[in-house]
Design a protein. Structure first.
Length: 110
């Protein structure tokens, strides 16, 4: 559905992402898990656009295609798929973070 080939997505460690987010509030932290997964625990300030809703919802949630996007999910698989799709669809400043379990900060519930 989203393809595994195309531009190589830059990878950023969760620790480096946390430091970048602290310095630059314009970065969009994109959680591509389901709404229920997001409610059960997410990184503060993240925008939830489930992978299966990405083609329909991303333009509303992130209209600026030049925005820096940091993408994560539960294990990293959906985040990789989302990054590939985003790059193929005009979002050029996309970074793969991987799994939420690697986040060194607080996880928000609810």
């Amino acid at each position: 559905m989203f393809g595994l080939f195309g531009k190589k997505t830059p990878t950023l460690s969760m620790k480096d992402a946390q430091a970048e987010l602290a310095k630059d509030r314009s970065i969009v932290l994109l959680d591509v898990r389901t709404k229920d997964e997001h409610k059960s625990g997410h990184i503060k300030g993240s925008v939830n656009v489930p992978l299966d809703r990405l083609p329909l919802s991303i333009n509303q949630k992130v209209p600026n295609r030049q925005a820096r996007l940091f993408v994560y999910c539960l294990s990293g698989s959906r985040a990789k798929q989302a990054c590939n799709w985003l790059l193929k669809n005009g979002y050029d400043n996309v970074f793969y973070l991987g799994a939420i379990s690697s986040w060194p900060g607080v996880i928000v519930r609810g």
